[in-house]
Design a protein around this ligand. Structure first.
Ligand code: NAP
Length: 252
């Protein structure tokens, strides 16, 4: 007769939400720069790398599990940042609704103060939106949002200087920042080598539309970033991939 074998209990499988949260918490705790927040880039794209059909149009990608992950990620960061292009096209609330946790501070990159006073970010349930700008004018917007002005210096392009903006956010208590898009903002953060972690939702379709990352090497002699410690998990039809951004690879 065979001796009864003692079966070891199976190691409990972590859910996607548990895996991403524990991974991110370790990264945030290890982050040593006192100059700027820890920055996570998180967005959804089609298999061909499009985040929407055309700039200015909204295309909903994520299934319910990936949407919950986005809301969980928001709850894990002190601040959430989007570009004015995304505010004008999607009018996002940038709140945590499909997960339990505090709302991050909403922040918009808007050099010409084009955010409409009707934008949902200006009517946030518990936070006054921060608008990063280089525009000197005062507009009715300042009654609804806190305007954070940066001066353009010689050599700056006519857009928000990201490194100085990140240092300002850190001084205002933002130690972790989630960047949600759109494409111009994603590319700018990558070009400035300001992304520490990437959480990407891949939706199984081909759009042939507006690409999340474009012209990364234009006017730059910097190395292309690579992703290390790659993780992935399929939820429904979406595949979520995540990893650390490293900038010390080979330039092309
Ligand atoms: N699939 C997704 O996960 C996802 C997420 C977010 C958005 N989207 C989509 O992305 C599209 C919007 O993307 P977009 O590229 O048109 O706009 P965007 O990246 O949201 O905003 C770009 C604008 O931000 C301002 N800006 C100021 N400083 C900047 C800087 N340093 N770097 C970059 N931009 C700066 C510029 O406008 P000013 O010169 O006026 O300041 C610039 O045109 C929408 O169609 C939206 O639906 C998709």
């Amino acid at each position: 007769m065979c001796p009864t074998r003692q079966l070891r209990p199976l190691k409990k499988l972590m859910s996607l939400n548990e895996q991403v949260e524990s991974w991110l918490r370790v990264r945030m705790a290890d982050f040593s720069s006192s100059e700027r927040p820890f920055i996570t880039l998180a967005y959804a794209q089609s298999w061909d790398g499009s985040i929407t059909t055309r700039s200015g149009e909204t295309l909903c990608f994520s299934g319910p599990e990936a949407t919950r992950l986005t809301h969980q990620l928001r709850s894990l960061h002190d601040g959430i940042l989007v570009g004015i292009g995304t505010v004008l096209s999607d009018d996002p609330q940038l709140t945590v609704r499909e997960w339990q946790g505090a709302n991050p501070q909403p922040i918009v990159l808007d050099s010409q103060l084009r955010t409409p006073t009707s934008a949902k970010v200006c009517h946030h349930p518990d936070k006054r939106c921060w608008i990063l700008t280089v525009c000197g004018e005062n507009k009715p917007l300042s009654e609804l949002a806190a305007i954070l002005r940066l001066d353009l210096k010689g050599g700056d392009r006519d857009e928000i200087p990201l490194l100085r903006a990140m240092s300002l956010l850190k001084k205002r208590g933002i130690c972790s920042l989630m960047v949600e898009g759109g494409a111009s903002v994603i590319t700018s953060f990558l070009k400035a080598e300001l992304v520490d972690a990437l959480v990407l939702t891949l939706s199984p379709r081909l759009v042939g539309g507006y690409k999340a990352v474009d012209g990364l090497l234009a006017g730059s002699d910097k190395a292309v970033p690579s992703i290390e410690s790659v993780h992935s998990c399929q939820v429904g039809d979406d595949v979520v991939v995540w990893g650390d951004l490293k900038y010390s690879g080979h330039s092309m």
